[in-house]
Design a protein around this ligand. Structure first.
Ligand SMILES: C[S@@+](CC[C@H](N)C(=O)[O-])C[C@H]1O[C@@H](n2cnc3c(N)ncnc32)[C@H](O)[C@@H]1O
Length: 401
């Protein structure tokens, strides 16, 4: 007798109503007693030849309807798991293929050639990328030239290459490369010039050192160009950023004073500053300074504050004057900051909290504290920026009645 797959689990396996997990199955498939999968209407041919070996994607066998359901259900189930009632769970925004604007690839020498790609999910074996359906084509176009460049560096090679699509083109940071002698220095400059690289930096263990940057590299946020420090956080796709920012800006309508916590370069700060005063709080010094400089150059009503919100969260009296708080913490969540927000008295101006998260588990844990303090989750917007992966993002709006 066969069982139907009713949903996709957090780790990407198909799950039956009885709770049986089946790797490779998607919602609508059937699985027989011996584990054979009978594909259903949402099971499609994976577009990439490297699937499922490549660790970059886990769900290429699912169509967009099954992926949308997966992203939406994961967000809703995280809320349900902590007993958080959600007013409205919106449909999930999925980023299209070939839109990822940042990725770290690995490279090594093998069999006389250079392998460049992602690692296999459960091993350190490198998948040598011949195609990629998630990377923006401008990033993928760097793979072959990078093979050529690295082939000229003798000896054992084990480097990480972070590619980011900035306003000026591809920003390329190579970690772990030893550059010795004029010939190798020239090879770097030739590579950068010939392939229109926006910035080339090498980190041989002592931090990134720029070798090529014909004009300062920026990323435009809310119409404001912001200097892009190495390693600074960026939303994974422009479409994902637009979905998250559009949602938060809509929720912020009518707010005059907003605190943007874990602000990074100002992904939310600058769009929000079009109609409100914004306090942008961030712990990474480079990101904070970039946000601060652009706020001043663009004359936006932004006050940038350098502060560690884990050790030193904003206290209730510091946010009481804001009518909205936006939080977008790292995967670990924002427990200490949420504990402080939960203590803001109902009589304070603070009327809305938008919590953006890349980890439904820490989000739900934190939000439980908000709910216990009288806040209600009015709206949940799931976002799938990492198409075909099990990684999801969400934006949530908390209000007090
Ligand atoms: C998920 S990113 C979001 C950044 C920004 N909101 C965006 O959308 O681009 C989290 C940010 O929190 C910052 N961060 C990490 N730990 C922090 C801490 N203890 N206090 C304040 N900011 C922190 C990181 O540097 C990063 O910029």
């Amino acid at each position: 007798m066969s069982e139907a797959i009713v949903r996709i689990a957090a780790r990407g396996e198909g799950v039956t109503a009885e709770g049986r997990h089946v790797r490779g199955a998607v919602t609508g498939d059937h699985v027989s007693g011996d584990g054979a999968i009978v594909p259903g209407p949402h099971h499609v041919a994976p577009p990439c030849r490297h699937f499922p070996q490549c660790g970059g994607c886990q769900l290429q066998q699912a169509d967009s309807a099954a992926l949308e359901q997966f992203v939406r259900e994961r967000a809703a189930m995280a809320a349900g798991g902590q007993g958080i009632a959600v007013g409205e769970v919106c449909s999930a925004e999925l980023s299209p293929p070939r839109t990822r604007r940042r990725a770290t690839l690995h490279a090594m020498r093998a069999g006389g050639g250079i392998l460049i790609g992602f690692r296999e999910e459960k091993s350190h074996r490198l998948i040598d990328l011949a195609e990629c359906h998630v990377l923006d084509p401008a990033l993928f176009a760097m793979v072959e030239p990078l093979r050529g460049l690295l082939a000229g560096f003798p000896g054992k090679l084990a480097v990480d290459i972070t590619l980011t699509l900035a306003d000026q083109g591809v920003d390329c940071l190579i970690k772990g490369l030893r550059v010795e002698g004029l010939k190798q220095e020239e090879a770097l400059l030739d590579f950068a010039g010939e392939h229109g690289v926006a910035r080339l930096a090498i980190d041989d263990g002592l931090g990134p050192e720029n070798r090529w940057e014909p004009e300062p590299v920026t990323i435009t946020l809310g119409g404001v160009p912001v200097a892009l420090p190495h390693g600074a956080f960026l939303q994974a796709t422009p479409q994902g950023e637009a979905a998250l920012v559009g949602t938060v800006v809509e929720w912020a309508q009518g707010s005059m004073v907003i605190a943007d916590l874990f602000a990074g370069l100002g992904t939310f700060t600058f769009p929000l500053a079009a109609s409100a005063k914004v306090l942008a709080v961030e712990a990474a010094r480079d990101a904070h300074l970039a946000c601060k400089a652009s706020a001043s150059a663009s004359k936006r009503a932004v006050h940038a504050l350098h502060r560690d919100l884990y050790r030193n969260p904003l206290r209730p009296e510091e946010v009481a004057g804001c009518d909205m708080v936006v939080l977008d913490p790292p995967r670990a969540g924002a427990r200490a900051q949420v504990e402080q927000l939960a203590q803001v008295p109902p009589t304070a101006k603070l009327a809305r909290i938008a919590y953006v998260s890349c980890n439904p588990a820490s989000w739900a844990r934190d939000c439980k504290a908000l709910v216990e303090a009288g806040w209600r989750c009015a709206e949940l917007r799931p976002v799938g920026q990492f198409l075909w992966s099990t990684h999801i993002e969400l934006a949530s709006l908390f209000v007090r009645d």
